[in-house]
Ligand binder design. Structure first.
Ligand code: C2E
Ligand code: CA
Ligand code: CA
Ligand code: CA
Length: 279
């Protein structure tokens, strides 16, 4: 028993050391990635379900690792959060999104807004309002073309600070949305104190709208809730025309998902704009 206990302890510390080393290596890789421009943004179109026009694109980061190939955000954003690197990465995403949006505007594309994901640390541990202001100014992007997506879990971390920060951000003239709505633990009573414009129905509920009554009920109540509060609502992860038709018939304002388009690189996004408008 004693030997076993000792072994499992050794195993445990080894695991921790491995994890610490892994984190350090990755953190070092991420520093290098920013310098070497190995991060890239993909853009996923969002459309209006009223007139089918393009209303926005969501910026989604990808890491083109020199040895490991393309790494999806799920494999490094949590680590970047843990190590604090997310502040630097998030700042880059914001800058690059504003630069790209301005370029598209100058080329005459009417894509609406570019939506940028904010992480918890970025929202709470850095002067996010200053960062956003600087990004808009340095690329001369009119604020109405920028949207920030924050999750419910970010929002409830420190309610009073969140309310203040959202107010400040809103006063810049940008749009704000609550991402993955319904998956967190947010109390609905706070929602009305947040200066937000839109709720994003999480993919997990969209997946269920044609499968069970519960899924449909969550989606339709979110739409009703949003509208009663004067907010817009967008559904994410829309994969089929049936889901799209359901959402449309239940007055959901906007949709995003593989049914409309997968996330695309910059040049494919431009091609999407060109072809979509010709249809
Ligand atoms: P999210 O914000 O919920 O982004 C939506 C994710 O769903 C994206 O995955 C997108 O590619 C995927 N998706 C969109 N439509 C469909 C669909 O119809 N079917 C399916 N199966 N998937 C769909 P992605 O790009 O891998 O991003 C995953 C998560 O990583 C994002 O979830 C977001 O939380 C985070 N993330 C991505 N980019 C950034 C970033 O720049 N900053 C921060 N802080 N987080 C980011
Ligand atoms: Ca998002
Ligand atoms: Ca989402
Ligand atoms: Ca989601």
């Amino acid at each position: 028993v004693k030997a076993q206990g000792k072994n499992s302890f050794q195993f445990y510390t080894k695991e921790i050391n491995n994890r610490a080393v892994e984190l350090l290596v990755l953190e070092n890789d991420m520093h290098k990635a920013i310098k070497d421009q190995d991060f890239i943004l993909y853009y996923q179109p969002q459309i209006s379900l009223k007139d089918l026009s393009i209303v926005g694109v969501e910026s989604l980061i990808r890491w083109h690792h020199p040895k490991k190939g393309m790494i999806p955000p799920a494999d490094f954003i949590p680590l970047a959060e843990e190590s604090g690197m997310i502040i630097e990465i998030g700042e880059w995403v914001l800058m690059e999104s504003c630069r790209q949006a301005k370029e598209w505007l100058d080329k005459g594309y009417h894509f609406g807004r570019i939506a940028v994901n904010l992480s918890a640390k970025q929202f709470h541990r850095s002067n996010i309002t200053q960062q956003v202001k600087a990004a808009l100014e340095s690329h001369q992007l009119p604020p109405e073309h920028l949207e920030l997506e924050i999750t419910e879990s970010i929002a409830i971390e420190n309610i009073d600070v969140t309310i203040e920060t959202l107010k400040e951000l809103k006063s810049l003239g940008i749009h704000l949305s609550i991402d993955d709505f319904g998956t967190g633990y947010s109390s609905l009573s706070y929602l009305k104190r947040f200066s937000i414009d839109k709720l994003k129905i999480d993919k997990s509920f969209v997946d269920d709208i044609l499968i069970d009554d519960g899924g449909a009920a969550i989606a339709t109540s979110t739409i009703a809730l949003a509208h009663q509060m004067g907010l817009k609502v967008i559904a994410e992860g829309v994969e089929t025309s049936d889901q799209c038709a359901f959402l449309q018939s239940h007055q959901c304002d906007e949709a995003q998902g593989y049914h409309i388009s997968r996330p695309l690189n910059s040049s494919d996004t431009q091609t999407f704009f060109d072809q979509y408008n010709k249809q």
